[in-house]
Write a protein that binds this ligand. Structure first.
Ligand code: HEC
Length: 93
């Protein structure tokens, strides 16, 4: 499944950088900023880890105010978009 997504996302050329530009205001250009003083730095996270966490935020139905912020960010992202932004984050240093 993941391999399939990797292939389709490169074929469809979903733009991870464009998606990340919306994340940057909280997580910082380089993914090193603690969003709301709460999140850990996400720069360089492995693709699998980011995809898993974003899907947790996407699918959660109960959340505290911080997780709610992230639920809003990712609820409209497709699997391909989540993968593309995760690939982008994995390359942040
Ligand atoms: C409005 C501010 C805001 C925006 C925009 C935002 N985030 Fe977050 N993000 C947060 C907060 C706050 C947390 C901490 C949530 C928690 O601990 O429950 C977080 C947590 C995370 C985490 C988990 C890190 C941890 O501390 O465990 C990842 C990964 C993440 N965000 C990725 C993204 C991505 C990718 C985007 C863009 C699609 C994005 N965020 C957009 C505020 C934001």
């Amino acid at each position: 499944m993941l391999l399939f997504l990797v292939l389709t996302s490169s074929l469809l050329a979903v733009d991870g950088a464009a998606i990340y530009s919306k994340c940057a205001k909280c997580h910082g250009e380089n993914g090193k900023h603690a969003a709301f003083g709460k999140s850990v730095r996400i720069a360089g996270w492995k693709v699998k880890q980011t995809v898993a966490v974003l899907n947790i935020f996407k699918n959660m139905s109960k959340y505290d105010k911080f997780a709610r912020v992230m639920n809003r960010q990712v609820s409209k992202l497709s699997d391909e978009e989540i993968l593309a932004v995760a690939q982008y984050i994995s390359k942040l240093k």
